[in-house]
Design a protein around this ligand. Sequence first.
Ligand code: SAM
Length: 255
Amino acid sequence: MIEAEPMIDEFDTVASWTASAVRELGEDHALPAACRGSGSPAALDWLGSAMGLGEGARLLDSGAGVGGPSEYAARSWQVRPLLAEPMEGACRASRSLFGRPVVVADGAALPFRDGSVEAAWSLGVLCTLADKPPYLAELRRVVVAGGAVGLLVYERAVDSLPDQPEGNHFPSHQELLDELGASGLEVVGQTLLTDLPGTPDDWQEAADRVEDLIRERHGDDERWQRAQEQQDTIVRLIGEGLVVGRLVSCVAAPA
Ligand SMILES: C[S@@+](CC[C@H](N)C(=O)[O-])C[C@H]1O[C@@H](n2cnc3c(N)ncnc32)[C@H](O)[C@@H]1O
């Protein structure tokens, strides 16, 4: 479960503020503002297509945040999204923005039966977890044998980072491959975010307008300041190439 205060600020409090800002600015801001870790539509397009998402499939989003990626998947591939997320503020935000089914749950203890969904994805969640195997084991357990599991993982590209945002645990590429293999998730495709097209201008501008409004309303609040510091550190690490975003498409081995 999440204990680091800056992460609660970022994933709970700011999530609630995001929904309020979208209500003020208009519905066309919802998707860009609610993709909080998954970045560009190109990344979601790559992953959804690598996973073979198709109409009617039930897609579990574990660590769904404010729900933008699930909504994107529902609109792009007509999947039926099911969101699981430990932060209540984020759950309320996604529910109010998109109205999709959401459950407050730790990804390491999902309240779903074995093999109950055709596919699952996890976007920007793994690097927030100190103990990754129980979370990965749950993804594999709830997906039907042979089903698709997709991940966006921020990896450490160097042995040690100069500056680690509190509560983050970036795996190296080899650590990631080892943990996926040990969890029964067979990698069938992967790409780096840097090899995909960037975020379209209109998408980025909408996300920026939401961020600006949140700063205007809450910039004096120390919870916003802590969340912002956290974000700035991650952006700096990515900008310097010390942390890289990788998309991985896997198949769940039979239990
Ligand atoms: C960077 S955000 C990404 C949110 C969303 N997946 C997206 O791409 O927009 C990381 C999310 O992981 C969630 N998270 C942290 N620990 C978790 C856990 N043990 N199980 C499930 N989700 C968790 C956080 O609450 C947060 O919503």
